[in-house]
Structure formats: C-alpha cells, structure tokens
Write a new protein. Structure first.
Length: 258
C-alpha cells in the first residue's frame, strides 16, 4: 500500500483552505523549532516516522495530533508531510482536545488500514471525508463542546470579522468582561485570545494568497500591523519563517469540502 509518497518527488508544496480546516502538503525543513499553535494540528508522514519533542523526551510517530496550545518541536529529516489544522470553530475541536493531551494518546506509531485508505482517498480525489473519519475515530472523546460564547467568537473570526479588534471589544461583542472571556478562551482552547485571533489571521492570509500571491499583501489582508509582526507571530506558531511556506512555488487552493 502507498500513502503520501505517491506524489512525485520535487512537486510544489500545496495548501488547501476550507471554511473549517486547512491542509498543507509538502517537504518541510528538517527541524521545526519550539512552537505552539492555537488550532489542533494533525501531522501525517506515511513514508517513515518523524520525531516530536513535547518536553518529556523525543518520540517517533507516523501520525500525531498536537492539541491546540501544546508547545512542541518537530524533526522531519526531509519527510513529505501532510498537516491538517483544525480550528476552535470546527465542531470536532472540543472532543479532540479532551483526548489529545499527552503524547501517549496523541501519537500513532504504526499505520492501520483505515489511515492508508484515508490517505489514498485524499491523494487521488482530494476527498477529506475518510481523513476526518480516521481523525475522529482515533482521537475524538465524547460529545464535549465549546462554551457557546467562545464558539460564537471563533465563528466570527473564521468569517474574517473582528481580526483587528481589541480583547475588550471582542469581549463586549459576546456580552462578557475582557477578563472573563480571556479565562474562557484559555480554558476551552489552551491559548490566549491574542493567540487565537492571530491564528485566524494566518488563515485569512492563506486565503488571500490564493489571489494575491504576495507575502506583504497577505500580511496586510490579515490585518497584521506589518510584515515583521507577521513573521514573528508566524514563527512562534509554526516553528519556521513564513517565507518557507508563503513562497511563489507554493500552490494555494480553496477547497469547498474542508
């Protein structure tokens, strides 16, 4: 059976942006330094294991769910990777967060038939359904849900609204004090309001890259103050400089089934 490595070597990196999820496919640098992202990240490498460090040692994985807000370091050794980002407004975010704390629950060391078939379906038809099913069956836990006010806020951010608003303005929009909203967002996502807001800005930047094809324009469209601020925030969230992803060689595509 084959998975990610069906794609020809040297093919351009690809990013697919949907209304709920974002998928990256390509070869990443050998090392992604310590970073943390407010969205859950599912990492898949079919060819051979990669390594993750979560603060308690280094672990070899074939697949990994990194929960939102979890600091980690990654070593890929030239792997062809598929990364799927799952934001808080996604219906499955809360149930995944409940089960993914700790590498012993978030890591897969051996592939199952379900994962191989899911990868093949994505490679041949760009169908995310089997991947979503594999993620849910592997990691989802119960029917946990976000606080309704946090969910409302993240849906607004997902629509590209409130991206430049202050924490006080965001809190007022959902009828809370700034301190109360800060506590709820941290409790339900593992990240601060500012980190969550910036993560949605990154998604807005990715969407703008479909047409803008410009790093500077992407940063402006996502309401970052300037490209330097964008670069610092990107490195903190992804562990690498944005120029490694936001490049002319990367293919950017909207995907209506994600």
């Amino acid at each position: 059976m084959s998975g990610l490595n069906e794609t020809a070597a040297g093919e351009r990196p690809k990013v697919w942006i949907g209304s709920k999820r974002l998928v990256f496919r390509g070869v990443l640098p050998n090392l992604l330094d310590w970073h943390r992202h407010p969205f859950h990240c599912v990492l898949l490498a079919a060819e051979r294991p990669f390594e993750v460090e979560l603060g308690d040692g280094t672990h070899a994985c074939r697949a990994l769910l990194v929960p939102g807000g979890q600091a980690h370091c990654l070593r890929f050794d030239g792997h062809d990777m598929l990364s799927m980002y799952i934001p808080p407004h996604d219906d499955g975010f809360a149930s995944l967060a409940a089960s993914a704390r700790g590498h012993e629950r978030g890591a897969i060391t051996e592939w199952s038939e379900q994962w191989w078939l899911a990868l093949r379906q994505w490679n041949t038809e760009l169908d995310p359904g089997p991947l979503n099913d594999a993620i849910r069956r592997t990691w989802a836990s119960g029917s946990t849900s976000l606080d309704a006010r946090v969910r409302s806020l993240t849906h607004e951010l997902a629509r590209g609204r409130c991206l430049g608003d202050s924490p006080k303005t965001l809190a007022s929009a959902v009828g809370l004090s700034a301190s109360r909203l800060a506590h709820l967002v941290k409790e339900h996502t593992g990240s601060s309001i500012g980190e969550v807001q910036r993560a949605y800005k990154f998604t807005a930047a990715a969407r703008s890259m479909v047409t803008a094809k410009s790093f500077t324009r992407a940063a402006h469209a996502a309401e970052f103050a300037d490209s330097a601020h964008f670069s610092r925030s990107f490195r903190a969230a992804y562990g690498l400089a944005p120029s490694r992803i936001l490049a002319r060689t990367t293919r950017w595509t909207l995907h209506d089934r994600l």
